[in-house]
Design a protein around this ligand. Structure first.
Ligand SMILES: C[S@@+](CC[C@H](N)C(=O)[O-])C[C@H]1O[C@@H](n2cnc3c(N)ncnc32)[C@H](O)[C@@H]1O
Length: 315
């Protein structure tokens, strides 16, 4: 058995020609879509998908190791109605899903990040709730299970203050058909389990970063010296919620081409990639290197534009 047979369930957004993604094309059928965020080893997701063969299921998970474990599990059960997306749910939820395209979102035992200094890492925030307000169908459900009472109550309070949702009471030790690894861990320690559910009752609007993904290259009609390029190292720009920084500069032996290792952040979503500055006609072209394709976010566009602008200004 080849690795590619097993690792075929992961969706690569780089292969999609436009965003939000057409999920019916990915699953090769029209069906209600359910999403599990932070699906860990995939136990819950796989069992859920087996029970509802007429639905499509997507697991969003940050960890590479978990992503591979889930795919072996899907492969061994030969399920065709599951896909995995390895990325940060806070970014992909509003960006890769069209309005009213998800019928149910489940989050099982996320890290609650109780310390104030870690609040940026929490998944359930007013922005996340606004995103659900766009992408959930009318009457679509969001469900959180946790061993932390304060987290379940905080989620209830945040959803209650958003007019798009009708919230339910937090349930204590609810009956759950399928348990997860973390759920078993907490139950073994005799911890109480809390479940919070909310229903979307009105549609909301979300502003997407990837709405206009066209990436203009920058063409320079001038000569560029190695010294000019070297000066770009450390370049940092901050604008609204976007940050870009050039971390390193590499040159080809004949100095005909340069690669700039770049880091960007849009609303805390970080991407690492290279900007290529290469000879083109009588001048140079500045563009994203094809090796690793980042999402064309405003910070990525800002990085390319800034490199072009500075090279032109110092020529
Ligand atoms: C505490 S584990 C729970 C795993 C599983 N749901 C369970 O109950 O056993 C939290 C999981 O969420 C994933 N995760 C954390 N932040 C995430 C994010 N922003 N987007 C997607 N997955 C995330 C982690 O990689 C981890 O697998």
């Amino acid at each position: 058995m080849k690795n590619s047979d097993i690792l075929k369930y992961e969706v690569n957004p780089g292969e999609c020609d436009r965003f939000p993604i057409n999920w019916e094309k990915i699953f090769k059928r029209a069906a209600p879509l359910a999403v599990e965020i932070g699906c860990g080893n995939g136990e819950f997701l796989v069992s859920w998908a087996r029970s509802y063969p007429d639905w499509n299921f997507l697991g969003i998970e940050l960890s590479l190791a978990s992503g591979e474990r889930i795919q072996s599990r899907i492969f061994s059960q030969q399920l065709e109605n599951i896909r995995i997306l390895r990325d940060d749910a806070r970014f992909v939820l509003p960006e890769l899903f069209a309005d009213q395209s998800i019928s149910q979102v489940v989050m099982n035992f996320p890290d609650p990040w109780p310390k104030e200094r870690h609040r940026d890492r929490r998944l359930i925030t007013p922005f996340f709730i606004d995103s659900l307000g766009g992408v959930l169908t009318l009457d679509g459900i969001f469900e959180l299970s946790t061993d932390q009472e304060w987290y379940a109550r905080k989620a209830q309070q945040l959803f209650s203050s958003n007019s798009l949702f009708t919230t339910r009471e937090v349930e204590i030790n609810p009956h759950r058909e399928v348990s997860t690894k973390y759920e078993r861990k907490w139950r073994e320690q005799y911890r109480t389990i809390y479940r919070f559910q909310t229903v979307k009752s009105r549609n909301g609007q979300i502003k997407r970063l990837l709405e206009n993904t066209i990436m203009p290259h920058v063409y320079l009609q001038c000569e560029i010296s190695p010294a000019q390029i070297k000066m770009l190292k450390g370049l940092t720009r901050i604008q609204d919620h976007q940050v870009c920084k050039i971390k390193e500069v590499f040159s080809s032996p004949e100095d005909q081409a340069y690669l700039l290792r770049t880091v960007t952040s849009d609303r805390d979503y970080v991407q690492n990639f290279f900007i290529l500055v290469a000879r083109h006609d009588q001048g140079y072209i500045v563009k994203i290197d094809s090796g690793y394709q980042p999402y064309r976010t405003p910070a990525v566009k800002m990085a390319v534009q800034e490199v072009g602008r500075l090279l032109q200004a110092t020529a």
